[in-house]
Design a binder for this molecule. Structure first.
Ligand SMILES: C[S@@+](CC[C@H](N)C(=O)[O-])C[C@H]1O[C@@H](n2cnc3c(N)ncnc32)[C@H](O)[C@@H]1O
Length: 273
């Protein structure tokens, strides 16, 4: 269970100071859930999409994996897919604090799963059940990589996910990363991209910002916390328009891009190779 995020009731929100450090890691699930409208729907939907795009023997990348919500959602969604047993899940993040915590979480989950499977097997053995009813094996193995997604090798990938990560990269690095992902993906592979977008038209941008702040107020954040976090993210989270994202995806080599989610500025697309 994640601690409640009250970070910016104490931190002053120095412009540009936001980092994915230990203190953020401590509250991250609560922070992202109460800050990103739709996050709790987007994560399981990525699992659902994975069922359609992940291919046998391929690699799936969760890029900027934080505490592995997307990785775990994909692993859960593919659990009954015996044809995908040899798929490799790779979760990469540049924050040492995130990677350390995700590895701990994963070890705990895997240990609990193995214990449950052993118990099932013992129960079935005692009841004399056949192999057809054998317990489901533990979820796919996950490589948790501490590294920069700009250095990731995308060869043999069938699915890559950038769930609110691209927005933290320098603008200059984004075209190259998406081109490398498109080049590395297998035919029929896909990229899931979710981002906070900005709106070209000033009144729309203003309205969407107000609605987002209303969401955060309803989630229990004070006006001071909202203002401080916004300052802290200044020039750290660099949002672009939906048009710019679509153009970049096309230029990178994706043949089709479909928006499948939007709530206020929070938008998700599926780009197919
Ligand atoms: C908003 S979080 C992503 C949330 C996560 N994908 C999820 O669905 O829960 C952004 C993450 O991207 C990571 N990140 C930012 N730039 C990165 C880079 N260049 N390489 C790897 N990870 C990066 C951050 O450390 C942070 O954990």
């Amino acid at each position: 269970m994640s601690r409640r995020d009250t970070l910016y009731s104490a931190r002053d929100g120095e412009p540009g100071s936001f980092r994915f450090d230990e203190q953020v890691v401590d509250v991250f699930p609560d922070m992202i859930d109460r800050s990103v409208p739709g996050y709790s729907l987007i994560v399981p939907m990525i699992g659902q999409l994975a069922r359609r795009y992940v291919q046998p023997g391929s690699v799936v990348h969760d890029l900027g994996s934080s505490l592995g919500a997307v990785t775990l959602s994909i692993r859960r969604a593919l659990r009954d897919r015996h044809d995908l047993r040899d798929v490799r899940l790779v979760a990469t993040d540049s924050s040492a604090a995130m990677v350390g915590r995700f590895r701990q979480l994963l070890a705990g989950l895997d240990a609990a799963e193995q214990a449950a499977a052993r118990q099932d097997a013992a129960g079935q053995g005692a009841a004399g059940q056949s192999g057809a009813d054998a317990p489901a094996p533990a979820g796919m193995p996950v490589d948790v990589v501490h590294g920069d997604i700009r250095d990731t090798d995308f060869g043999n990938a069938s699915l890559a996910v950038l769930n609110f990560t691209l927005q933290f990269l320098d603008l200059d690095d984004r075209d190259r990363l998406l081109t490398r992902i498109a080049d590395g993906l297998l035919p029929g592979g896909a990229l899931v991209l979710a981002e906070k977008v900005r709106f070209e038209d000033a009144p729309t941008q203003e309205r969407q910002t107000e609605w987002h702040h209303d969401y955060k107020r309803l989630q229990g954040y004070s006006d001071l916390e909202i203002a401080r976090k916004r300052n802290a993210l200044e020039a750290v989270l660099k949002s672009e328009t939906e048009q710019r994202h679509q153009q970049r995806l096309r230029e990178a080599g994706f043949r089709r891009c479909t928006r499948w989610f939007q709530c206020f500025a929070f938008t998700a697309w599926l780009a197919e190779k």
